[in-house]
Design a protein around this ligand. Sequence first.
Ligand code: PRP
Length: 179
Amino acid sequence: MSGDFQSVFLTEAQIQNQVKKAAEWLDKRFEGKKPLAVSVLKGSVMFFCDLVRAMNTPVQIDFMTISSYGSSTQSSGMPKIVMDLAASVEGRDVILVEDIVDSGNTLYKMRDLLVGRGAKSFTVVTLLDKPSRRQVDIKADYSCFEVGDEFIVGYGLDYAQQYRDLPYIAILKREIYEK
Ligand code: PRP
């Protein structure tokens, strides 16, 4: 483990165990349907790839890059679309895959946008949920882990674009993000 971390928060095995359960939940919900799974980049990329591969339901995949943090630890509250979807969501059952729902601003914006574009249904699966930090009234349909206010990185989550490549999630030492 890197010296930048206080401790491991979720091991690879704990994450993968929950990925399987989320995939089973989605398989039940979308049996016989052909949903469009949307990865909210960059943070959800690891969870997204593991999740769609663990599902039995055939899904199409697409990507949207949306960012509100920059290199700060605080959300700007105004998520911006950096890269839009390639596919049309009109009449589609959309599964939105997030790594974390924090203030809820990103999810709020995504729901507004994709429902506004005519998605038939909008289902949100997130790996992590930080309900204590919510600024808008919104929640995921399925969340793998509820977390407190720790600054966590790894498995897609970054600090200043670092640590996304870890297969586990760790708590970053305060002196790293407060220096
Ligand atoms: C993170 C994360 C979520 C969002 C959640 O993305 O991936 O999309 O913040 O925060 P919110 O609920 O407060 O909106 P970020 O903007 O840091 O971009 P990234 O995915 O490229 O890391």
